[in-house]
Design a protein around this ligand. Structure first.
Ligand SMILES: Nc1ncnc2c1ncn2[C@@H]1O[C@H](COP(=O)(O)OP(=O)(O)OP(=O)(O)O)[C@@H](O)[C@H]1O
Ligand SMILES: [Mg+2]
Length: 229
């Protein structure tokens, strides 16, 4: 089961937009994605509640809602054929918690916006992941998404320079677009909208798709070997 974790302790960087957008993209392509929401704000869960039943299905898990009625593992279960599992995490996540999330992830995506505060938070977050040893650069499972980018602005150039220095791949750049806001309100992702209206956005998501698929192919031979022995 391919597991994608979206994290950045900085609030409002685009975690839920990326997590829900990924779920919509995989569902549109015939996969059976599960969307796990660890954020007590429940943004992804609310998004899923708004989603029309006529759209490709996404299985939701409100992982933030602790209950004593069932065991934690029962609460976090996903259907056997769920693929991929997409994890949306809360802001202000403490180091030990985001290390927990990263442990079993096949792909870790960090959306970062072009602002001083976001660049600072992103550098701390990635620093913690690397220093803790939970992520190693050579594993190539960590990628950054530059989000809400307005091309040719000074802060955007600063962000790109910073990402370059980090030596962590920038998987894609998502432009600042009201389509994300409209889609979000309807429980939809970019892939549920009229393609003619979101052509530039779709091209940017395609880069994310390619990187994720290359990650999947990189781990699958290892998994089949483990299953056979
Ligand atoms: N590329 C984009 N273009 C325009 N608006 C965007 C884009 N990405 C995100 N947004 C908007 O920014 C706001 C914050 O995004 P989002 O909720 O995804 O961030 P978050 O990191 O999940 O926030 P939190 O830390 O509170 O969970 C939302 O209103 C969303 O619609
Ligand atoms: Mg969120």
């Amino acid at each position: 089961m391919f597991r994608i974790v979206v994290l950045n302790p900085k609030g409002g960087s685009g975690k839920s937009t990326v997590a829900t957008g990924l779920a919509a993209m995989y569902a549109a392509r015939g996969y059976h994605p599960a969307l796990m929401d660890f954020d007590p704000q429940g943004t992804s869960t609310r998004w899923l509640e708004k989603r029309s039943r006529n759209l490709p299905e996404i299985h939701g898990v409100a992982a933030y809602a602790r209950t004593i009625a069932v065991t934690r593992s029962f609460q976090l279960r996903v259907p056997q054929d769920a693929d991929p599992v997409i994890v949306d995490t809360p802001a202000a996540l403490q180091t030990q918690h985001f290390i927990e999330h990263v442990k079993d992830a096949d792909a870790v995506l960090v959306p970062v916006m072009p602002s001083d505060a976001d660049i600072h938070a992103c550098s701390r977050c990635i620093g913690h992941l690397l220093i803790s040893g939970k992520i190693k650069r050579r594993e190539n499972r960590l990628g950054v998404i530059a989000n809400r980018v307005k091309p040719n602005t000074i802060i955007c150039r600063t962000l790109m320079r910073f990402l370059d220095q980090l030596q962590i791949p920038v998987i894609t750049t998502l432009r600042d677009s009201q389509s994300y806001v409209h889609a979000g309100e309807l429980g939809q992702g970019i892939h549920d909208l009229n393609p003619a209206r979101v052509h530039p956005e779709l091209a940017q998501w395609e880069q994310l798709w390619s990187w994720l698929e290359s990650r999947r192919h990189a781990i699958e031979p290892a998994e089949s070997f483990a299953a056979a022995h």
